[in-house]
Design a protein around this ligand. Structure first.
Ligand SMILES: [Zn+2]
Length: 155
């Protein structure tokens, strides 16, 4: 029985549903695109790569809220059709073990550490960041495009 020290936090279902409503309403900042490659369209709600042919919504998401030095709004995908929110909250999603950078933030939303996992895997970095008492949460991002993937919190 493995006891995890962290909890995966996918985007909330309300955010995915709001993005679907906005896209249907034709909002200019909500683009509907068709995935055309197996590793280019990560859904931040079910935390898996879209299959080629699946319809995705691309929209801006505030991973760090306004009014902070590290405030950040950037593009994320969700499935255009309803999908099930990632539920294995004590397991790092297998689709995103590679090609990610992990960033630790404190309670003031200031970035205090960042690291690309080595062969020990992302859990080793997550656990080390969460052992630092000043860490409030960890963000996972694409190491190439920089886009936000998910948050990780301490259990
Ligand atoms: Zn999805």
């Amino acid at each position: 029985m493995k006891s995890s020290t962290f909890r995966i936090v996918p985007i909330r279902t309300e955010i995915a549903e709001a993005a679907r409503r906005e896209a249907k309403a034709g909002a200019a900042d909500h683009a509907v695109v068709t995935a055309d490659s197996p590793g280019g369209f990560p859904c931040r709600h079910c935390l898996r790569w879209a299959e080629p042919g699946e319809s995705m919504i691309l929209f801006p998401f505030a991973s760090i809220p306004r009014g902070r030095p590290y405030s950040e709004i950037g593009p994320i995908f969700v499935h255009a059709e309803p999908c099930e929110r990632y539920a294995k909250l004590d397991e790092f999603p297998s689709d995103f073990r590679d090609g990610r950078v992990l960033r630790a933030y404190d309670s003031q939303y200031d970035m205090i550490a960042a690291e690309v996992p080595n062969e020990d895997g992302p859990e080793a970095v997550v656990e080390r960041f969460l052992r630092m008492p000043e860490t409030a949460f960890v963000h996972v991002r694409s190491v190439t495009r920089g886009c936000y993937t998910m948050e990780i919190q301490r259990v």
